[in-house]
Design a protein around this ligand. Structure first.
Ligand code: ISE
Length: 341
């Protein structure tokens, strides 16, 4: 049996700690043996809790010969720095979404990875591992239902994200649909538009005092003309809801809701739903990390690649431009390099 993959996690915030726990509490061919964080004292407390080593910096950890692979869960602005350090050390790296906030940073990562000649980078778009989305993809790919024509999707959050701004709806939330729907239909987007609904009385100003529109609707068009609408509503009164309906030529496909018992009591039927993404997508995260461990040991990347991360960012930034200008913005995706085909 191949030895455990020795993983180092850079960024010990909530998602970083969840990944440490999910890997170290389940037998799956890997162990997180070290962590690093800009907040060294906090990093030490996390290391102590999980009985792993605390490093003084991400780079020190990445360059340690004891570390075989890296998980990057820092704040978005630092993804490029650590992904680049892992590529330089020629170590596989799993980076939470987005690959980097700016498209040119994603391009630098793509170029650096290609220069090594090795497939090293996977981006954490976990919905590709969700059982329901996988069923929809299998149904589309089977060809049994004809071509997809329209997609109607909703991404409703119970409350605002950290650093909430007018861009968050696209760049923090709907970036998931941007990647997952492109993977589902197997096509790039050619244009984006973002419109507002009537503003909710729950919405307000961001930390800089700028008004944030909520809800927002993003409309994407794909190369073959599939039209996709995605609603983002981030004040959904404590409920987390993800919808995806695919209208095909001969059938309508719907994303299933996660299983949950129905309780019949006191004259009502009640079914609990997830309160946020961390529980809604727990199984998808588990599957994603498990598959990343397997494929990393085989020297492959099977999830979203650095190229997918780059394309997602080009699309998101075009959608943001569409929102800011209230126009339809064309999306120009460069030709996919041979390396990623
Ligand atoms: C969060 O960062 C995520 O990645 C969640 O999946 C998404 O639903 C949420 O809107 C984001 O804030």
């Amino acid at each position: 049996m191949m030895a455990d993959l020795r993983i180092g996690v850079v960024g010990t915030g909530a998602i970083g700690r969840t990944h440490i726990e999910r890997i170290n509490t389940r037998p799956q061919g890997a162990k997180v043996i070290g962590c690093a964080d800009a907040n060294i004292d906090f990093c030490k407390s996390v290391a102590e809790k999980y009985d792993i080593r605390a490093y003084n910096s991400g780079e020190e950890m990445i360059n340690d010969p004891e570390i075989d692979a890296v998980i990057c869960t820092t704040i978005d602005a630092f993804h490029e720095q650590y992904v680049m350090a892992a590529i330089k050390a020629e170590k596989p790296v799993f980076c939470e979404k987005p690959l980097a906030p700016k498209a040119d940073a994603c391009k630098r990562i793509v170029d650096a990875e290609m220069a090594t000649g090795k497939h090293l980078v996977q981006v954490g778009f976990m919905r590709r591992y969700d059982a329901g989305y996988k069923q929809i993809k299998a149904a589309i790919d089977s060809g049994e239902y004809g071509a997809p024509l329209l997609l109607h999707c909703a991404h409703r959050n119970p409350s605002v994200a950290v650093d909430w701004t007018n861009s968050s709806a696209v760049e923090n939330s709907m970036i998931h649909e941007i990647d997952t729907l492109r993977w589902l239909v197997g096509e790039n987007y050619t244009s984006a538009e973002v419109r507002y609904g009537r503003d909710s009385r729950h919405t307000g100003n961001d930390a800089d005092g700028k008004f944030v529109h909520d809800p927002q609707i993003m409309i994407l068009t794909t190369e073959s003309g599939i039209r996709i609408d995605v609603e983002s509503y981030v004040h959904n009164c404590n409920n987390y809801e993800i919808r995806c309906e695919v209208v095909c030529e001969d059938a309508v496909l719907n994303l299933p809701e996660p299983p949950s018992i129905t309780v019949t009591a006191k004259g009502a039927k009640i079914r609990d739903i997830d309160k946020d993404w961390s529980t809604r997508f727990t199984d998808a995260y588990n599957e994603e990390i498990q598959q990343w461990i397997y494929t990393t040991k085989e020297g492959k990347v099977e999830g979203a690649t650095a190229w997918d991360g780059y394309v997602a960012q080009i699309t998101a930034l075009s959608a943001s431009k569409a929102r800011d200008t209230q126009t339809i913005v064309p999306i120009d995706i460069p030709e996919k390099p041979e390396f990623y085909k």
